[in-house]
Write a protein of this length. Structure first.
Length: 845
């Protein structure tokens, strides 16, 4: 963001104030601190994977039918790498392993331990190759399977409850054999601030109390502080629904034990799967694992993202109906990684026509991620838009087409950013990767203090240069001409120059650029006169176009005395430029991927994760959130409401409609009340009774929109109006301990989240500058700019866009999300719940 220096300092000071850490906000169910020595999480169970000894005979071709692969991935020591050697068969049969494969053959992902009695850890690459090459007619290998494959091989034993020898829970200060002495009906988990610990239930007391024994002493606790413990043979069961006593503590314990065995996936019933992110994921033979899941039924597969993809693909084959997968989870939990895994599997099992390869789709996703991802305090590669990725299959279930639908891009991030956040990746790629004639044409070196804060570490700079080369390669492979790439670079550089140009404070109607040379360079890159650029940016006017004039004449803001400030106009215009560039690139990519054949679709929904848990990464302190974070969290709440309705409401409606007497136990709480508190619309807009209309209850986002239109409104008046209309919802919203802040109870009151409304009214105020971006680009004298933007959406489509900043972001959130949900609902057809929608819940431990 590059305004005047005074505006910069003022905005940075405000950001620092908003980013001051707050004391943690206690939720209604916050764990207690019992102050007892020895209360700690149970240690992870011993990981044991069966080791197999195989004797392989040399084939007629002179080899043993396997290849050796060495992989390095992070070890348990910080910053360290460990080398793992895999021995993988040259030919892999589809489907689960046969009994003969387990006894006498290698399986994909087998880790090599010994060769003819010699440990491979003590052998170099050359020594290992010579050992295999110099073997006689047979060779003896000692291998062990990766955990996912171990579940494949030993699924029957695990379902029967067999327990590995030596599989004990190591508790630090508590007797490790205590659980063996406690009867099963007396084993409970005590929930405390440090996690959970196994205790013995002595007796239940009246008034919701219980007597327990822990660490050699008896104590009385609330019944809500303890949960029933499951038998130890269920510690690694592959489905949460298989737990005998289903509660939150047992679920966390199961996920933790499986994660300790590198089992990253756990089923949660028929329609959900939980994925716990890991730094090592993807390093161990994922390509070969695809063949093991291909063609399998659900009961033949362990919990895995490939199993979910196979289940969805099988549903499509059997029913011919559209399918959908929703990725949910916190920011940084690995949703985009799972999107790539799903696409990879479907390309492998359904790509026999070679119409679309995974390599081509990966290039397309790489371009979208470069323009739509940015570093945030929660993750260095955070998705900042909503992405509906769809794969089309013909009547033979062969992959024929793909398309991307995007919305909710956080476009104002190009200038408006909070402390500790960065702009979109592509700006850093361009800054570090542009060299020679391109850098000279863009005049990047003339920007002395770029607003994006370039990388300072040499490894980051080198990584950005390599990413820029990969981006250029992806453009060429997907049909972007050199002129298109030049136009993309010009728009990106123009945004950087506009940030460097800055503007005078005050009303946008009387504003001008502070550094005219940068404004002239931006205008030259866009192919327009500097005067036209200033008129479009500060006054929302373009020559020869009546679009912005119509928008301005019909907007409610034009009926008031309030006008946009120059800094907000600069933000709006730069965000509009980037929004147009992003959408245009997506349309070009879709042209390269979409087929005219009639298709049945599998859609995967990915979006910005929630920031409820921001205090987890910041230690014991909690940072306040802003308007953009509220919108992202609202989207997450809407997705939770969608899945709640699919699982419970629609099932109950189906039984009622079919007059089937089935007792459906509805959850005690749901995401609906909080969502209505945020998005409830005003129904009496046409009512002539002004008093009745003003007293009508409306959602927080509607109140924000009204305040942004009202002359003289301030952030203080916004806060007061929020509690005038929503003050009776004290269970969901309440005032914070500091002024200009409030607390929302997200995730069904599990995450009390603090928001600071400073600057919300100005941020939500409409500004016509954003709508002027496309008309200005279409008037460009640059052939490359016109060829890029002129061939896409016609200019009349701008009539449907409302030129606002964050209010536009919020309103588009509701409109776009409802549109995406309507699209998903169209794919949810009558039939078994498993054929409707599946959910992948991503997280990390």
């Amino acid at each position: 963001m590059s305004l005047s220096f005074s505006s910069w300092e003022k905005m940075e000071g405000s950001s620092k104030e908003n980013d001051e850490p707050l004391s943690p906000v206690r939720g209604f169910g916050s764990p207690k601190d019992f102050n007892i020595q020895g209360l700690a999480l149970p240690a992870l169970a011993v990981v044991q994977v069966k080791v197999r000894t195989l004797t392989l005979q040399k084939s007629v071709t002179g080899d043993f039918g396997f290849s050796i692969r060495r992989v390095q991935f992070p070890s348990s020591r910080r910053g360290g790498l460990r080398t793992v050697v895999f021995a993988e068969p040259s030919d892999v049969r589809a489907g689960p392993p046969r009994p003969d494969d387990l006894k006498n053959g290698l399986l994909p992902g087998d880790q090599l331990i010994k060769v003819d009695g010699r440990s491979v850890d003590a052998m170099s690459r050359e020594e290992l190759q010579n050992a295999v090459r110099n073997a006689g007619n047979q060779i003896v290998l000692e291998v062990k399977s990766v955990p996912e494959l171990a579940e494949f091989c030993d699924r029957k034993n695990r379902q029967s409850g067999a327990r590995d020898d030596g599989d004990q829970l190591m508790l630090g200060h508590i007797n490790t054999n205590l659980h063996e002495e406690i009867p099963e009906d007396q084993r409970y988990w005590l929930i405390h601030k440090g996690g959970y610990t196994m205790v013995r239930l002595v007796e239940h007391l009246p008034d919701g109390r219980a007597m327990i024994k822990v660490a050699g002493r008896e104590m009385t606790v609330d019944s809500t502080d303890i949960d029933r413990m499951n038998p130890t043979q269920l510690d690694r069961v592959g489905d949460i629904a298989a737990l005998r006593y289903l509660n939150e503590t047992s679920t966390v314990h199961l996920l933790r034990q499986r994660h300790g065995c590198n089992l990253l996936y756990t089923n949660a019933g028929l329609t959900s799967i939980v994925c716990v992110a890991s730094a090592e994921e993807g390093a161990i033979g994922q390509d070969r694992l695809v063949s093991l899941f291909k063609g399998c039924r659900r009961g033949q597969m362990p919990a895995h993202v490939y199993a979910t993809a196979q289940q969805v693909y099988r549903n499509l084959q059997m029913t011919g109906q559209n399918q959908c997968i929703v990725l949910t989870g916190n920011s940084g939990s690995g949703k985009t990684t799972q999107l790539r895994n799903l696409v990879h599997y479907l390309c492998e099992v359904a790509g026999w026509t070679k119409t679309l390869s995974y390599e081509k789709l990966a290039l397309a996703m790489g371009i979208i991620e470069a323009f739509g991802h940015a570093a945030s305090p929660l993750h260095r590669d955070s998705t900042r838009f909503l992405h509906l990725f769809s794969l089309g299959f013909d009547k033979a279930a062969a992959l024929r087409s793909a398309r991307m639908q995007v919305s909710l891009l956080e476009a104002d991030r190009v200038i408006r950013r909070r402390t500790g956040e960065a702009s979109f990746h592509v700006f850093y790629y361009l800054w570090e990767g542009a060299e020679g004639a391109l850098r000279e044409r863009l005049q990047l070196d003339s920007i002395e203090q770029p607003a994006i804060a370039p990388y300072s570490k040499e490894e980051d700079r080198q990584s950005a240069k390599e990413a820029w080369q990969r981006l250029l390669h992806a453009f060429s492979q997907l049909g972007f001409s050199e002129g298109h790439v030049d136009a993309i670079c010009s728009v990106l550089a123009a945004i950087l120059h506009l940030q460097a140009a800055g503007c005078t404070p005050g009303s946008a109607q009387r504003a001008h650029f502070l550094r005219v040379s940068h404004a002239q360079q931006a205008a030259a890159l866009l192919g327009v006169p500097t005067e036209d650029l200033a008129n479009a940016l500060f006054r929302g006017k373009t020559n020869g176009s009546t679009v912005t004039a119509k928008v301005g004449s019909t907007s409610r803001i034009a009926l008031t005395s309030r006008g946009p400030d120059a800094p907000e106009a600069l933000i709006s215009f730069c965000a509009g430029l980037y929004q147009e560039l992003f959408c245009t690139i997506v349309e070009f990519i879709n042209k390269a991927l979409v087929s005219n054949a009639a298709c049945t679709w599998i859609s995967v929904l990915d979006y910005t994760g929630s920031s409820f848990h921001s205090d987890w990464t910041d230690g014991s302190s909690r940072k306040v959130l802003g308007l953009n974070e509220l919108v992202h969290n609202y989207i997450n709440e809407r997705v939770a409401e969608l899945f709640h309705d699919v699982c419970f409401v629609e099932a109950q409606e189906l039984y009622s409609r079919e007059q089937v007497d089935v007792e459906v136990e509805m959850p005690i709480v749901s995401p609906c009340p909080l969502n209505r508190l945020l998005d409830q619309k005003q129904q009496l807009l046409a009512c002539t009774d002004i008093e009745r209309r003003s007293e009508e209850k409306r959602g927080l986002l509607a109140i924000l929109e009204e305040e942004s239109m009202f002359p003289g409104a301030t952030d203080e008046s916004l806060l007061e109006r929020i509690f005038v209309h929503l003050g009776d919802e004290s269970r969901l919203i309440r005032r914070a301990s500091r002024p200009m802040q409030f607390v929302l109870e997200h995730a069904m009151s599990c995450y009390p989240t603090t928001y600071d409304i400073s600057g919300w009214v100005k941020q939500a105020q409409p500004c016509e500058s954003g709508a002027a971006a496309r008309p200005l680009l279409l008037q460009s004298k640059s052939p490359s700019i016109v060829s890029l933007f002129g061939s896409m959406v016609p200019i009349d489509a701008s009539k449907l866009r409302r030129a606002t900043q964050a209010a536009q972001f919020e309103l588009n959130a509701r409109r776009s999300v409802n549109g995406f949900f309507a699209n998903l609902s169209g794919q949810i057809v009558s039939g078994p719940l498993g054929d409707k929608i599946l959910e992948i819940i991503c997280g990390y431990l």
